[in-house]
Ligand binder design. Structure first.
Ligand SMILES: [Cu+2]
Length: 73
């Protein structure tokens, strides 16, 4: 039995305007290996998720960009 690494992270997402955008960003982030339990909030323009192993920020930025949005900051 090995311990499970888990870090909760929150990032800022720019460009979302409706629930369709929220779903698109959620799907893009959920597809990344090492990211789980994605929660995207339109009003605060944030995405929170559990990182179960280290994920390069470039991977996250590119996935969000590919979905049509941007990671701010
Ligand atoms: Cu939308």
């Amino acid at each position: 039995m090995h311990s499970r690494r888990l870090v909760v992270k929150t990032i800022k997402i720019k460009g979302m305007s409706c629930q369709h955008c929220v779903m698109a960003v959620t799907k893009a982030l959920n597809a990344i290996d090492g990211i789980e339990n994605v929660q995207v909030d339109l009003k605060t323009e944030t995405a929170s998720y559990d990182e179960t192993r280290p994920v390069d920020t470039v991977v996250i930025t590119e996935a969000v960009k590919k979905a049509g949005y941007n990671v701010a900051g």
